[in-house]
Design a protein around this ligand. Sequence first.
Ligand code: GLN
Length: 288
Amino acid sequence: MSTWTTLAVLDWTTKRFQDAQVSAARLEAQVLLAHALSCKRIELYTNFDRPMSEAELASYRGLIRRRLAGEPLAYLVGEHEFWSLPFWITPHVLVPRPDTETLIEVVLARGGAVTTKPGQGRVLDLCTGSGAIAVSLLHELPELTGVATDLSPEAVAVAVRNAERNGVSARLEVRQGDLWAPVAGEQFDLVVSNPPYVASEVIPTLSAEVRAEPRMALDGGPDGLAFYRRIIAEASGHLRSGGLLALEHGFDQADAVAAALRAAGLADVETVADLGKNPRVTLGRWQP
Ligand code: GLN
């Protein structure tokens, strides 16, 4: 019987993942094997001829089986990188996407404009999920404090742990509740959100990976725009004068979101594309 070394296992899994159309086959194989062996990815290569024990192989096989059945990699290993920061991830939250980094870039590119009073900028992240957006923004902008809200108590717990993990928990309050409800009467310099935006009837057509994510993090109602309407309807009451509202949306929703922002009286409305050249973030300023 031939021995399964680290390298042999990696090669075998990469091939298996490629056959199953897993997009980043070798990378995913490395991440899962490093997880099964409780080591860093680089250590797989410094110990490439290390034989795997039966127990290690058994736990690794279980992970491969679940991945091939469509479970997202982030749920199997319990964490995922976003904006080069580490985030705890559970099946109660959406796995943060590279697309969402566009939202961070857009806000940072507007720099000081985020803060209407120097040193006192307050940010609100609605539908925060893992907390990826709020935590990354506070990590980048040390003068900001903020609030992140989510309807899911489980998501709130994950966001709290991610604020701690990334050293921003003293500046971020995570509150459970429906959209604006947890911030009644409060105003912010910057409001951001990546709300659920998939039209309900499209959800069954999505990949197994996306369908493994919480439906409440995806389902944007019959036309996918339900949350934008509710967010935009109350935005002016929660934005300080000069404050910014920046919303991530689906590739075909920019016109609808921009029109709703203008109709609500926001100024300087513009849309920014993501790396895949899809219109991804639309923002406007409250300038009464
Ligand atoms: N980006 C997700 C997708 O791939 C949707 C996320 C959301 O609804 N905010 O479908």
